[in-house]
Ligand binder design. Structure first.
Ligand code: NDP
Ligand code: 2IT
Length: 449
C-alpha cells in the first residue's frame, strides 16, 4: 500500500466518495502507487491539492436515453459522459456501448484517458462516455434511433473545442455516423465534434487501424530497446476480435509475427497456421457475426468455449485487446509458465493488479494500456487537427506520425521510470510521464475547480 501520508489520505478520500466503484478504485490506486517518488520529490503537488483534484472529475453528466425498438416498444437506457480533466486540452475519449457500462466503468476509463492523452504529446484532456445499451442483435434502425436519442442530450455538453467523443467497445463507424448526423442536425454545424468519422465526411485515414497498429509499433520498440528483439518469428495471441484486435493482428503479421488465436466474449479460436484475417474481417466487420464461425470456413482451426482459455495457448507475445480485467493472476502465471516474453495491452486495464505483478516479477516486458493503446486517441487528435485545417493527410502521413508518437511514448515512459529509480518499469513510467505534464498545466492554471 502507500508509504506517503498524502497518498494515503487522497486514496482514502476516493474510496469513501466512490464506494463500490471497483474498476475506478483499481485504476486510481495503480496510478497513485506509481506517483510515490514523484510526490516525495515535489511538495508543490500536495500544497496545491493536485492529487485531490485529479481524482475528481471536473464534470459528470448522467442522462436518460429513451428510444423506440422495432416492435414499437419504448426502451430506456442510461447515458454517461464524464469530463475528467481539461488541463491540457478539450476533453477527449470514446463512447462505450455495452450492457456492463456503469459509473465505475466510465470513470475508470475517463481517469486512464487523462494520462494516456497526455502521453500522446498532443493537446487533449481526458473524458469518456457511454451507455448500458447493448448493440448486439439490434437492427440498423434501432441502432440509429438509440444513437440519435443519445446525441440529443450529449450535444448540449460537447463541441469541437470542448469535448470530442469517439469510438470504443460497441461504437464504430456506423454509430459515429448516426451520432454525427444528429449533432449536425441539432446544431447546424459541420465541425470536428466527433472522431472516427467516415472518410467522406471528415474522418482521418488510418484512424480505423490506429489503435491496433499503435499497439504493435509500441511493442516492436519495447522489444527492440529492452531485448534487442522483434516480432519476427514470434507466436502471438491476441484476445478480442473487434477493432483493436483486428488491426493488431494485421500489423503483428506484417511485422513477421504469427497470430494463432483470437476471441470474443463466448470463446476463442486457435489456428496453428496463423489466422486468416480476410476471413475474420468478413465475419466481424461485414457480417457482424461471432468468432466461432471462423472454424466453419478455415480448415485446421479449432473453437473453444470460454474466452479466458485463450491465455493457456503457448505464445511469445500476448496482446489483450478485449476488455478490462480479462487476464487474472492465474492466466498471467500460465502465460509466464509457457514462456511469454512480452505483454502489451490493447484494451484498457485488461490485466488485474495481480496479473501485472506476475508479469513484472517474472521479468516479462509489460507495456501498460495507457501507453500501448494510445495510438487510437493520438490519431483522433490528428483527425481534430485535420478538421481544424479543413485538410486531410494521406494514409502514409498519418501512419508515419502515429509510429513516431508510439516510439516517443515508449521512450518517454522508459526515461520517466529511470529518472525515479525504476528503470524498466514501463507501467510506473507511463503513469509518471503522463501525470507530470497534466500536473504542470494544473499548477500553472491556478485553483478554480
Ligand atoms: P469492439 O467493440 O470493436 O470489440 C470488442 C471485442 O472485445 C469484441 O471481440 C468483444 O466480444 C470483446 N469483448 C468485449 N467485452 C468482453 C468481455 N466482457 N469478455 C470478453 N470479450 C469481450 O471494441 P474495440 O476493439 O474498439 O475495443 C477493445 C478494447 O480496446 C476496449 O478495452 C477498449 O476500451 C480499448 N481501446 C479501444 C480503442 C479504439 O480506438 N477503439 C482505443 C484504445 C483502447 P463480443 O463481441 O463477444 O462482445
Ligand atoms: O480508449 C481509448 O483511448 C479510445 N477508445 C479512443 C478514444 C478516442 O478519442 O479516439
Amino acid at each position: 500500500m502507500f508509504k506517503s501520508e498524502y497518498l494515503k489520505r487522497v486514496y482514502a478520500g476516493v474510496e469513501s466518495r466512490n464506494p463500490n466503484e471497483k474498476e475506478f478504485l483499481q485504476a486510481v490506486k495503480e496510478v497513485l502507487e506509481s506517483l510515490e517518488p514523484v510526490v516525495e520529490a515535489n511538495p508543490k503537488l500536495e500544497a496545491n491539492g493536485i492529487l485531490e483534484r485529479i481524482v475528481e472529475p471536473e464534470r459528470q453528466i448522467f442522462f436518460r436515453v429513451s428510444w423506440v425498438d422495432d416492435n414499437g416498444k419504448v426502451q430506456v437506457n442510461r447515458g454517461f459522459r464524464v469530463q475528467f480533466n481539461s488541463a491540457i486540452g478539450p476533453y477527449k475519449g470514446g463512447i462505450r456501448l455495452h450492457p456492463s457500462v456503469n459509473a465505475s466503468v466510465i470513470k475508470f476509463l475517463g481517469f486512464e484517458q487523462i494520462f494516456k492523452n497526455s502521453l500522446t504529446g498532443l493537446p487533449i484532456g481526458g473524458g469518456k462516455g457511454g451507455s448500458d445499451f447493448d448493440p448486439k442483435g439490434k437492427s440498423d434502425g434501432e441502432i440509429m434511433r438509440f444513437c440519435q436519442s443519445f446525441m440529443t442530450e450529449l450535444s448540449k455538453h460537447i463541441g469541437a473545442d470542448t469535448d470530442v467523443p469517439a469510438g470504443d467497445i460497441g461504437t464504430g463507424a456506423r454509430e459515429i455516423g448516426f451520432m454525427y448526423g444528429q449533432y449536425k442536425r441539432l446544431r447546424n454545424e459541420f465541425t470536428g465534434v466527433l472522431t472516427g468519422k467516415g472518410l467522406t465526411y471528415g474522418g482521418s485515414l488510418a484512424r480505423t487501424e490506429a489503435t491496433g497498429y499503435g499497439v504493435c509499433y509500441y511493442t516492436e520498440e519495447m522489444l527492440k530497446c529492452m531485448k534487442n528483439d522483434s516480432f519476427k518469428g514470434k507466436t502471438v495471441v491476441i484476445s478480442g476480435s473487434g477493432n483493436v484486435a483486428i488491426y493488431a493482428t494485421q500489423k503483428a503479421t506484417e511485422l513477421g509475427g504469427k497470430v494463432v488465436a483470437l476471441s470474443d466474449s463466448n470463446g476463442y479460436i486457435y489456428d496453428p497456421n496463423g489466422v486468416n484475417l480476410d476471413v475474420v474481417k468478413q465475419i466481424k466487420e461485414v457480417e457482424r457475426g461471432r468468432i466461432k464461425e471462423y472454424v466453419e470456413r478455415v480448415q485446421g482451426a479449432e473453437y473453444h468455449e470460454g474466452c479466458s482459455g485463450i491465455w493457456t495457448i503457448k505464445c511469445d507475445i500476448a496482446l489483450p485487446c478485449a476488455t478490462q480485467n480479462e487476464i487474472d493472476e492465474n492466466s498471467a502465471k500460465t502465460l509466464v509458465k509457457n514462456g511469454v516474453i512480452a505483454v502489451a495491452e490493447g484494451a484498457n486495464m485488461p490485466s488485474t493488479p495481480e496479473a501485472i505483478e506476475a508479469f513484472q516479477s517474472a521479468g516479462v516486458l509489460f507495456g501498460p494500456a495507457k501507453a500501448a493503446n494510445a495510438g487510437g486517441v493520438a490519431t483522433s487528435a490528428l483527425e481534430m487537427s485535420q478538421n481544424s485545417m479543413r485538410y486531410s493527410w494521406t494514409f502514409e502521413e498519418v501512419d508515419a506520425k502515429l509510429k513516431d508518437i508510439m516510439v516517443n511514448i515508449f521512450h518517454n515512459s522508459y526515461n520517466a521510470a529511470k529518472k525515479y529509480g525504476m528503470e524498466g518499469n514501463l507501467l510506473a513510467g507511463a503513469n509518471i510521464a503522463g501525470f507530470e505534464k497534466v500536473a504542470d498545466a494544473m499548477l500553472a492554471q491556478g485553483i478554480a475547480y
